[in-house]
Design a protein around this ligand. Structure first.
Ligand SMILES: [Zn+2]
Ligand SMILES: [Zn+2]
Length: 319
């Protein structure tokens, strides 16, 4: 089964003339119901799943945005529990990142940085960066895209090959590449593709660098590319734990239909999705936020660092 893309192709959507989905802005009561009752949790964990004004309810989507173009029913914490998602166990609890092809310095995000961000996000699971697969060993059809004049690999070929590459102790594996992807001849490109059942996926960062659109890199380009790649990796890993697209808050688990929409989503999880992840991997909220805050601070992600610092102060003070 192919799982839906976080980022699909606006041009295809524009031409399909589909009926627009209807979105209702969540109410405070609806948001509390989505998180579920918090009694029985210790004070700090309860505070971590409480929105005391630190989160933004999902905004009404624009005409090209994901929730206008896709009917999403949403998934409350209660519905997530009822879905009985397949979760990591003692023998399969590592997350793998598999680089495929060349990662050119200056264009590509730093893979070790991405690994350490994913490890903070999915603490306490171990995240392993595998050795890169050279271009010539990637078993995928390729073509030259007529619009970009750049090489593309067929994503479905890579997706079919990935389960064989998933180590026995791996819960999930995401392949990442700087080569552009296409899912079949009728598509111009795709940002990525995943199989939830096999818990593997492949995502291209090729279009994340402003140079792709002919823009000159600036002082903030490195941070922009890192933020984009970090968001897509953690978003797609979230799906691997059975977490569906978020319609409750502005959240890293929001669907995104185009790069501007993806850029506007926060790096972090909302209280609903954070609680789902907590069910899946049982982190300590303080330790997880501390790791993420240190990452943000060390890598120039100042707004994110400050946001977590404020949250941490509130969580640590909870009694
Ligand atoms: Zn998604
Ligand atoms: Zn969420």
């Amino acid at each position: 089964m192919n799982f839906s893309f976080r980022l699909s192709l606006p041009l295809a959507l524009l031409s399909c003339g589909a009926a627009y989905a209807v979105f209702t802005t969540p109410t405070k009561q609806g948001l509390e119901q989505a998180v579920g009752p918090l009694s029985g949790l210790d004070a700090k964990t309860r505070r971590a799943f409480t929105d005391a004004g630190e989160f933004q309810a999902k905004k009404y989507p624009g005409v090209l945005d994901w929730l206008t173009q896709h009917e999403e029913k949403g998934q409350t914490y209660g519905q997530y529990l009822a879905s009985r998602a397949n979760l990591p166990d003692a023998s399969r609890r590592k997350l793998y990142i598999l680089p495929i092809g060349t990662f050119e310095k200056g264009l590509a995000p730093d893979l070790e940085l991405l690994r350490s961000y994913t490890a903070a996000f999915y603490h306490p699971l171990e995240v392993v960066l595998l050795p890169a697969v050279p271009d010539k060993e990637v078993p995928a059809q390729e073509r030259i895209n007529t619009m970009s004049a750049k090489k593309q690999w067929k994503s479905t070929d890579i997706l079919g090959w990935l389960p064989k590459k998933l180590p026995a102790d791996g819960y999930a594996m995401l392949a990442v590449t700087m080569t552009d992807l296409y899912p079949d001849e009728n598509w111009n490109f795709v940002f990525g593709q995943a199989s939830l059942r096999r818990r593997v996926g492949v995502f291209s960062f090729a279009r994340y660098h402003p140079g792709w659109a002919g823009e000159k890199p600036g002082a903030a380009t490195g941070t922009l590319v890192l933020r984009r790649a970090a968001k897509v990796l953690t978003h797609e890993m979230g799906h691997m734990f059975g977490i569906q697209h978020c319609i409750h808050y502005e959240c890293n688990m929001n669907g995104a239909n185009h790069l501007d929409e993806a850029d506007a989503t926060p790096m972090e999880l909302c209280p609903v999705c954070l609680r789902k992840l907590h069910h899946a991997i049982r982190f300590d909220p303080v330790t997880r936020y501390e790791k993420l805050q240190r990452f943000h601070e060390a890598n120039g992600l100042e707004a994110e660092s400050q946001w977590i610092k404020t949250r941490l102060t509130a969580i640590k003070a909870a009694k």
